[in-house]
Design a binder for this molecule. Structure first.
Ligand SMILES: Cc1ncc(COP(=O)(O)O)c(C=O)c1O
Length: 676
């Protein structure tokens, strides 16, 4: 890296500092230190004030660039204009000779560098390319080139307000804008009002901020394993977020703001993509899906209606067809992407209600096991099926819905004059991964003319693999199915999918007569699907692109292998637990969920509720440490540890370490309690 001295020598420049007192009443943005140090000579003093640390680092300096102004009109206004700019950190004064602004302006800035005019600099100011060089050298001389981070940070960007006098010189202005990362948040910039009103950033800034976001994402993903899975934000952070007033004006330094947001997101939430996030159903995600989400949002892709989004409609249909093929579902099946499993269940159950008992659902009764996800109960509530017509049946010893018990309840309700219409079966319960006996339930539903909805939000993805398809035999018999690619198909939220054996039924349930502004269109729609007629939403995120692009980039085999890895991980872990002293399996691995418990040392007898409380406490302690996230659940009335192993980043070592950690903590706590 060029040393400051070398940079000055190369430029033939000198650094000057104006030892003027800083004006007392300086109103600056919040990030300007209240008691700034006096301006220092960048040639001799360390001026790297923007170091990483204390919360976040800034990838860029912000400052003000002025050119030699002595021959220009309007110089009297310079000080006033400088005072108005929020960019206070760096003054680069080009042409700091007679009439230089440096001495007058220096007090307003934390750091000042003045550069004599030179042939090189004149050239630099004549074209964007050369200006970039000047920018780099000037920044280098301030010691900012060594900022850590990704590629864009290797080229320090100085956010510069354009000297008002430069506005009169289009060549300078354009060069600055293209070459120097000029922020048009300079309120003195003539284009400022227009841009702000149109909510626009200039091209350079968009590239710079976009690069910063990509870097932050890559750093997050690459660094996940070495960071805590969960860190709670301080109460103060939460209070500040809650109390922050509506920002009235623009942010002076969006780059620093993005850094702050990145730090908040990194440190203030759990990370469901972390390899040791083993609670609930993790969201491993994948980077291609993230990029697809950005593309979908950035291109403002219309998705509801094929007239305005023919490519979007085709990609969604193709992604659904690929998903069906991946899961081995029958030809003709179809549906649409929705926000997640809860919406998929609601969408499917709406169709089930409308096509069996009708929208009013007179006497309509619904059946499912007590292991079923709460979104099913909520969906039925939304659909007007009251609690008195919801049969939440106790699961059997294997956590599955018993077909005989179901048949008995259906018969009893029919005798009571009710109108049974739907059975909701699980293709992988959230609690233990249990798969209800789908073939038997399908046969019963056929015989009783009941709609069979299968909630495979978490587990249906397993059908992408041979062992999973075996475990999920009968999945193809469902009238409707929910599956969440944002769970075990590694997509970022939100990406759920509702599939119907006869997708036309969705159109029957949700289709409406469109108003004239949607029907009077200038040309024929061509082939494709108007997805707005198949579900709840009109304006929809172009979610399909996430799965479509991921499948294209990685290929179906990679996805199958990643799913298979999750199934294998649960099986291997079960074998480890069986061989590990002090722990024992409770429910066998089902798809990619297993449960186990710790066993008290021989001779130690503890009341069941003490053991249960200890299990809960151990999970809380582990989460507080941030090493792993494991949530307990209840099986047969007892608290047990539950692990969901779908994240392909999770290693065998991670899993073994978490189990032994839980066991050691549990035994330590038990020992403390029994020795009291
Ligand atoms: C079996 C099952 N169904 C439905 C849902 C709800 O899905 P979402 O959170 O995407 O709405 C979940 C969530 O974990 C689930 O595991």
């Amino acid at each position: 890296m060029t040393t400051p001295e070398a940079a000055h020598r190369a430029l033939g420049t000198s650094a000057t500092t104006a030892p003027l007192p800083r004006p007392v009443s300086r109103e600056g943005p919040a990030h300007v230190p209240a008691q700034p140090s006096p301006p220092t000579d960048p040639g001799t003093a360390p001026v790297r004030t923007l170091e990483p640390g204390s919360g976040h680092h800034r990838p860029a300096l912000e400052g003000f660039l002025t050119t030699s102004a002595h021959q220009e009109p309007g110089r009297d206004h310079v000080e006033e204009l400088v005072r108005a700019t929020p960019l206070r950190r760096l003054l680069i004064d080009v042409g700091a000779g007679e009439g230089s602004d440096t001495r007058r302006l220096a007090p307003y800035f934390d750091h000042v560098t003045a550069i004599e005019p030179s042939p090189l600099l004149t050239e630099a100011l004549r074209s964007a390319c050369a200006l970039t060089q000047a920018e780099a050298l000037a920044a280098d001389s301030l010691g900012t080139c060594s900022q850590p981070g990704g590629a864009h940070r290797a080229h320090p960007v100085i956010h510069l307000a354009i000297h008002p006098l430069c506005h009169d010189r289009p060549a300078h202005r354009d060069a600055l804008r293209r070459g120097a990362g000029v922020m048009d948040n300079d309120p003195t910039h003539p284009a400022h009002d227009d841009r702000t009103a149109a909510l626009r950033l200039d091209e350079k800034t968009m590239r710079m901020l976009g690069g910063q976001v990509v870097d932050a994402l890559v750093e997050h993903i690459e660094g996940l394993v070495s960071r805590p899975v969960l860190r709670r934000p301080s109460e103060e952070t939460v209070r500040d977020l809650l109390a922050e007033p509506l920002p009235a004006g623009p942010e002076a330094d969006p780059a620093a703001l993005l850094d702050e947001v990145t730090a908040l997101l990194g440190a203030g939430n759990a990370h469901p993509d972390h390899p040791r996030f083993l609670a609930f159903v993790p969201s491993p995600g994948n980077f291609v899906g993230v990029l697809a989400a950005a593309l979908a949002a950035g291109f403002a892709v219309p998705t509801g209606w094929r007239f305005s989004g023919p490519v979007a409609s085709a990609i969604e249909s193709a992604a659904i067809a690929w998903l069906m093929e991946l899961l081995g579902l029958p030809a003709g099946t179809g549906g649409l992407f929705v926000s997640g499993g809860s919406t998929a269940n609601l969408t499917a159950l709406t169709a089930a209600r409308d096509l069996t008992v009708g929208p009013g659902a007179p006497g309509g009764t619904a059946y499912f096991s007590d292991q079923t996800h709460f979104s099913v109960h909520r969906a039925l509530h939304i659909l007007g099926i009251g609690a008195d017509r919801i049969r939440r049946l106790p699961a059997d010893r294997t956590q599955r819905l018993d077909p005989q018990m179901l048949a008995d309840h259906v018969a009893r309700d029919r005798r009571a004059g009710l109108n049974p219409f739907v059975v909701i079966a699980n293709a992988g319960t959230t609690g233990t991964g249990a798969v209800d006996p789908l073939p038997e339930l399908a046969a019963l539903c056929r015989a009783e003319r009941l709609w069979l909805h299968v909630d495979g939000a978490y587990g249906a993805a397993a059908a992408a693999t041979a062992p999973g398809r075996k475990a999920l035999a009968g999945l193809d018999l469902a009238d409707s199915l929910s599956v969440d690619p944002h769970k075990w198909l590694f997509q970022p939220a939100e990406l759920g999918c509702v599939l119907l054996r006869d997708p036309a039924r969705l159109r029957t349930a949700f289709g409406v007569d469109l108003p004239p502004y949607l029907t009077d269109r200038p040309h024929d729609d061509g082939p494709g699907v108007d997805f707005l007629q198949y579900g709840i939403q009109q304006t929809r995120e172009f979610r399909a692109l996430k799965l479509w692009l991921s499948l294209k980039v990685f290929g179906a085999e990679a996805i199958r292998a990643a799913v298979a890895r999750g199934i294998r991980a649960a099986e291997d872990l079960a074998a480890y637990i069986a061989s590990c002293p002090g722990v024992e399996p409770v429910t066998a691995p089902s798809l990619a969920v297993l449960t186990f418990r710790c066993t008290a040392p021989t001779g130690t007898r503890l009341p069941a509720d003490t053991e249960d409380r200890t299990t809960d406490r151990v999970c809380r302690d582990l989460a507080t440490d941030g090493y792993a996230l494991v949530m307990p659940t209840t099986v047969a009335g007892r608290r047990v540890f539950r692990l969901c192993t779908i994240n392909p980043r999770t290693t065998t070592d991670d899993l073994h370490a978490v189990v032994t950690d839980l066991r050691d903590r549990w035994h330590r706590l038990v020992k403390e309690q029994t020795s009291r």
